[in-house]
Design a protein around this ligand. Sequence first.
Ligand code: NDP
Length: 481
Amino acid sequence: MTDRYRSLIDGRWGAASDAVPNVNPSDLDDVVGLAPSADAATAQEAIAAARAAAPAWGDSTPETRATVLETASSEIRARQGELGTLLAREEGKPIAEATAEVGRAAHLLRFFAGEALRIGGELIPSVRPGMSVEVTREPVGVVGVITPWNFPIAIPTWKIAPALAWGNAVVFKPAESTPGSAEALVDILHRAGLPAGVLNLVHGSGSVVGQALTGSPDVDAVTFTGSVGVGRGVVASAAASGQRVQAEMGGKNPMVVLDDADLELAVEACANGAYFSTGQRCTASSRLIVTAGIHDRFVERLTERMRGMRVGHALDPATVVGPVVDERQLEQDLRYLRTAAEEGGDVIGGELVERATRGHFLSPALVLGTTPGMTINREEVFGPVASVIRVADYDEALAVANDTEFGLSAGICTTSLAAAKHFSRRAQAGMVMVNAPTAGVDYHVPFGGSKGSSYGPREQGSYAREFFSTVKTTYVNPGRV
Ligand code: NDP
């Protein structure tokens, strides 16, 4: 069945159009949907609608906002299987992972429903006699939300839910390749009781709709997740417009495996971190930094585990690694593998795979014998590809782990508490995992990186308030009483 997507502006669904086909990467003959490609004027209409709706929504009671989020959470939970199937069809994530991502969206909405009820302030005694100081939280105003395709329902939810919880109006521009999950989320939130204009959805390209958001004086803040190249442009453009901006970008996440690691646990953590979601996660474990004493055993077991991973259609329950999202990404993955081989790496796997349907199927790849300076260890691939760097000891492992422009997530597999604690302090990353994959952060804790991976405050958890609300300091002189 082919869906026809529409934009939602000021509470009204726009006309359907056949501009952009949403093709199933597991089956190129399956067109999941057709989305419109909005022009800049349509984006401006959405911004104006949000601007008009923002004050009343900002004044609504915490319970009103919590109820909308709670209602949306319940519907998503009730429709988890159906929405998981849609996500798997349009993005290619294996059905179990896709369904789990939908469940995560339901959890996020429930968490932020609670946050809406927890908005509080502070009363601070002034240094001036008799005077008191109130610190209160207020909405930022209109928030532009720009999201990538790789978590097409979870990432929009972890931006839109806190924006609404803290009383902001939203204009949402999803990735062009995953409009279906975005539209389902917006439809559910809209019907959950949002007033017209509070949440607007504009399908369209980044260069038109995205730029309209970052260039508008009527948008107060922009939250972006995507690639480093686009993210830096978004930050520059938003800053030039005087907007508050948050950007979560790429990663080149190291996973250190020390001689004293539990071998099976390390292999499992690396296999999951590198290849689940077809490696298309900003937190994927892409550089496996392994000390000499365990290197050969680790490589042998990981290769075995990798070769046993079934590559196939996302809706086949036996599939562990789904297709690469589209042809451009597939070409990018293959190009990085060719370069790795040309620069002296030994590539295992990484072959095109044929299945009953025409899809972008690529077997997982492990590149052995790499050095930190090789392209495969410097640039984000964003596919089912990991490289192994052999090091002498922990000190060298730590230095190699930090030898990158990125700083999103870092992991270590070890049975030494001292090494784990030292790594947690010294790893230059926003998130550290001990004996666990670098990917897979809970929905109620802060998410984000350091160095070139992130710009601005953290997302998720109660920390999200730093971006989605602003504080006001009020002095109260009671006068004579
Ligand atoms: P892109 O950077 O290509 O796109 C992200 C979003 O930005 C899309 O909606 C895109 O629109 C839009 N966009 C493109 N150009 C502009 C512009 N000039 N102005 C404003 N918006 C624009 O990323 P991908 O969608 O390819 O996602 C993959 C990337 O996302 C990877 O690099 C990955 O590391 C990163 N990522 C980071 C995460 C994190 O939290 N750190 C989490 C998940 C992914 P359009 O759809 O039209 O291209």
